[in-house]
Structures are given as C-alpha cells and as structure tokens.
Design a protein around this ligand. Structure first.
Ligand SMILES: *Cc1c(COP(=O)(O)O)cnc(C)c1O
Length: 402
C-alpha cells in the first residue's frame, strides 16, 4: 500500500478514519477461488460480521460471493446491498425461533445449531430445507475466546447427537440440504482441519438430499512478520481431493462452501489516527492518538497485535513507544513498539484493520464513530460519514423527573 494515498485521504476526510483497499479484498477472494479450482461447485459466502458496510458488501457481491449472516439485521443489510436471499446463509446461535422463522420466510438458507430449534422448525415447516451446524469437537482455534469446536462450546450440534438429529428428521419429515461446521477462528494446522472435515463427511453420508457441505472458516491471516498463516493453497489441494472423493461416494456433485470473514477483509483495512500528544514518563514514551477502544477494541479485548506505521515520517529513526488512546480508562493499542520517530500531529496507521474493527466500535465516552472510505485502484469513495451529535442523541429521550 502506498502511504501517500492514505495520507491524502486523511487530509481530505480527517482522522480517525477507516480505509479499505478493494484490490486487496479482490486478490484474497481470487486466491481462495484459485486454491479450490479443482472443485466443480464452489461457493464462497463472505461472513459479514467482520466488516458490514453496505458498499463493502456490494463490492464483495460483485466479485461473485454469497453472504454469511448471524442476525436478521445482517440479512437485511445483505438484501439492501443487492444480495438475493437465496445467496444468503443465516447461521445464528442462541437467537429466538421467531427470528429464525422470519429470516426463513425471506427465502434465506437457514443453518440450525440446536436440537430444540431443529425440532420446532421441522415440525412447523417440514418442506423448508435447512442446514445443520455440526460441532466436530476439534480444537482448531488459536485463542480460547475464539475457538468454537470444543466439547463444551455453545456452538453447533454435537456430532455425538447425530442419532437424535436423525430421529427428529424422521419424525418431522423435514429436509436437510446441508451440513456445516465452523471450527474456530484460527486454523493453524491443515491436518487438524482435514481431520474435522473427515468427521463432517461421515456425518454427511447419513443425509440423502444434501446440496452442499459448508466448512465454515477460521483461516488465519498474519498480523505481524513471522506469524503463521493458513496455507490456503495446501488446504485447497488436500481438501479438494477428499471432497471430490466424497462426491463420488455420495453419488452426486454437491457444493463446497466456505464463509471467510477475516481472510477476505483483514489485510485490506487501515485505521488512521492522529497523534494528539507525546507524553514522557520516567520509563515510557506515550504516543496518545485521537482514538481508543471505542474505535478499535481488538488489542484490548483479545490482546491482538496490529502493526502501526508512522505514515507522516516513515523513514524516521525507530524509537520505542507505547501507543494509547484518549479514552478515560486504560486503552493501550501497543506496548513498547518500535516506530519511526513520532511528532505531535503525525498520522499513525494501524494495519489489519479490516476485520472486526469498525464492526466492534462503539460510542463509549460519547465519541463519534469514524468515517469509512473504500479505495480501489487509486480512486476512493466515502462509504460512511463520521457520526455527529445528532447520531449520539438519536433515540435518546430527555425525561425531566420532578
Ligand atoms: C464469524 C464466523 C465466520 C467468519 O470467521 P473468520 O474467522 O472471520 O473467517 C464464519 N462462519 C461463522 C458461522 C461465523 O460465526
């Protein structure tokens, strides 16, 4: 990424601001497609909770993607940005049967991960095909907060409960058109993933009318030099062979689906902040930026590492800084980090700010959420205005109690 374009955008639209590089999203999408070019029917459903601006959704839709959603509101955003309901899959966890029914009536593919819901839904709508989210109990995650495959996870129907699933299916005559797993957010080891896939294949053989198998996501992307990333090419090679064997065995070519979030958008995002003040204490130099965990919470919430570059002085000599925000609470973005010399007024760019950054932002301290810009081949467009006081006051009711 050329820093000068980031600087130019920050001059025009001011900091703090999120900037997304469409070309990077496109490259990641095509990389995934290429890795699975040995599959007859491949479906990529972008997991929109990672970054849900409707212009981003529209951009990804035009690459050929479907949409993975976890709430009725995400379904509505998807439809607003041009997705046909049949290209949306809804994978909720712990939501009400009423919401599931509403989404189903919109024509969206439902993915159920709870036996009680399965039975209620199947009894009422035996002719609406549903997908079942299986928990294969494989630990693929890199962090306890985001591994969802272990035995006591709240996600999915345990693979040990398949006999119960089959009984519900038989009793209700409902149609199962897909099986799904999403084993965790950070796949490090391809063989662990393949192991989970084998469990899903075994399960899949028990359902006769499948149209797809959905392997979820959890592709790991590098956040800093030396980080391991999921080897998509190796995964593509190994899983394609197994999947094509499965189809032969099953007697028909079904669809292979994925739902990547982070993989598609993480590295495309840059979050730009301005340094309000430099503060030296006895042991530390703090760089205090015009943001905080109200805008980017991953470092504080998950301990995530986001590379920080000083785009105002990229060639300055490195010094050690602790980068903090302006929130009245500890909000450390980075501890003791080597960054080219920082002066007050410099613009710092946080990398990997595409996934789970803006979507997790808030109005804490009654601050405005930042603007968002979509950049594509040197052209850029404002895709969300910075909030203002009207947004903060919206829906508030001033009551004066005597
Ligand atoms: C969050 C989520 C994803 C996306 O995960 P990433 O790690 O961002 O790729 C995919 N599927 C489901 C069901 C999810 O909840």
């Amino acid at each position: 990424m050329d820093n000068s374009i980031l600087l130019k955008i920050s001059k025009k639209h001011k900091s703090p601001i999120y900037i997304y590089d469409g070309e990077k999203i496109e490259n990641q999408y095509n990389r995934l497609k290429k890795a699975f070019s040995g599959i007859k029917k491949l479906k990529i459903n972008y997991a929109c909770k990672a970054l849900s601006n409707i212009s981003i959704l529209n951009f990804i839709r035009k690459l050929g993607s479907g949409l993975d959603t976890v709430s009725i509101q995400e379904v509505e955003l998807g439809i607003k940005s041009g997705f046909k309901p049949k290209n949306i899959i809804y994978t909720p966890n712990g939501v009400s049967i009423e919401e599931i029914e509403k989404v189903s009536k919109m024509g969206v593919q439902i993915n159920i991960d709870n036996l009680s819901i399965l039975e209620q839904f199947g009894t009422k709508f035996p002719n609406t095909p549903v997908c079942i989210r299986i928990n294969p109990h494989i630990m693929a995650g890199g962090n306890n907060n985001i591994s969802v495959g272990h035995i006591d996870s709240k996600f999915g129907v345990s693979v040990h409960q398949i006999p119960h699933v089959l009984r519900i299916v038989e009793n209700t005559s409902m149609k199962i058109n897909g099986v799904h797993m999403h084993t965790g957010s950070d796949i490090l080891d391809i063989d662990v993933f393949i192991h989970a896939a084998e469990i899903l294949f075994d399960t899949a053989l028990k359902f006769k009318n499948l149209e797809f198998i959905d392997f979820g996501s959890g592709f790991k992307v590098p956040y800093k030099k030396g980080d391991i990333e999921t080897n998509i090419e190796e995964l593509g090679e190994k899983l394609s062979i197994r999947f094509n064997d499965f189809c032969k065995n099953y007697g028909k070519d079904i669809e292979l689906a994925f739902e990547p979030g982070k993989f598609l958008v993480s590295s495309a995002g840059f979050f730009l902040t301005k340094v309000n003040a430099i503060k030296q204490t006895t042991s530390t130099i703090f760089a205090q930026v015009d943001s905080g965990f109200n805008h980017l919470i991953r470092p504080m919430f998950y301990g995530s590492h986001h590379e920080i570059i000083n785009i105002s002085n990229p060639n300055g000599k490195n010094r050690f800084y602790t980068v903090v925000g302006y929130i009245c609470e500890t909000d450390t973005f980075a501890n003791n980090r080597r960054i080219p010399e920082i002066s007050e007024g410099d613009i710092l760019a946080f990398k990997n700010a595409g996934a789970y950054c803006f979507t997790m932002s808030s109005n804490y301290n009654s601050r405005y959420r930042p603007a968002e810009v979509l950049l594509y081949k040197n052209n850029y467009h404002l895709i969300r205005k910075k909030e203002n006081m009207t947004d903060i006051l919206n829906n508030q009711i001033l009551v004066d109690i005597n």
